[in-house]
Design a protein around this ligand. Sequence first.
Ligand code: THU
Length: 132
Amino acid sequence: MIQKAEEALGFSYAPYSHFKVAASLLTASGTVYTGCNIENAAYSPGNCAERTAMFKAVSEGERDFSAICIVNEDAEGGHGICPPCGVCRQVMMEFCRPDDFYIILAADEAHYEIYTLEELLPLGFGPGNLEG
Ligand code: THU
C-alpha cells in the first residue's frame, strides 16, 4: 500500500501549497484505489488525496473498506507523516467501521504509524447516529 501511494504522489496537483499528498485505499475484497490532492486557483474547490481515493472507489460501487495509506512530499522533497484532515476523517466515518478501519501514515516503507479511525476520530458522528 505504501508503494502504491508513493506511485500516486506523481499525479498530485499542488501548484499552490507545493505539498503533495497521495493515498492508497484498500477495499475488503482486495482492490486498491489511489488518489492525490488536486488544488485549484480558487483554493476552496481543492480536494485532499484521501477523499479523491474514497470518492473514486465509492463512485465505482465500493462500500467496504479495510485500510488507507497516506504519504506526502513537501516542497523540499521531504517525506513525513501526514495525518488526514478532519474533513477526510469524517468522510471515512461515513463508509468505514471506526474500530476496524486502519489508517497508515507512512514517511517511507520503513517508517510508518498505524491508527484505527476510532483513534483519530473519537466519538465520531456517523450514519448510525441518524438511526432511531
Ligand atoms: N492535504 C491532503 O491531500 N490530505 C491531508 O490529509 C492533508 C492536506 C492536501 C490539501 C492541500 O492540497 C495540501 O495538502 C496542503 O494543505
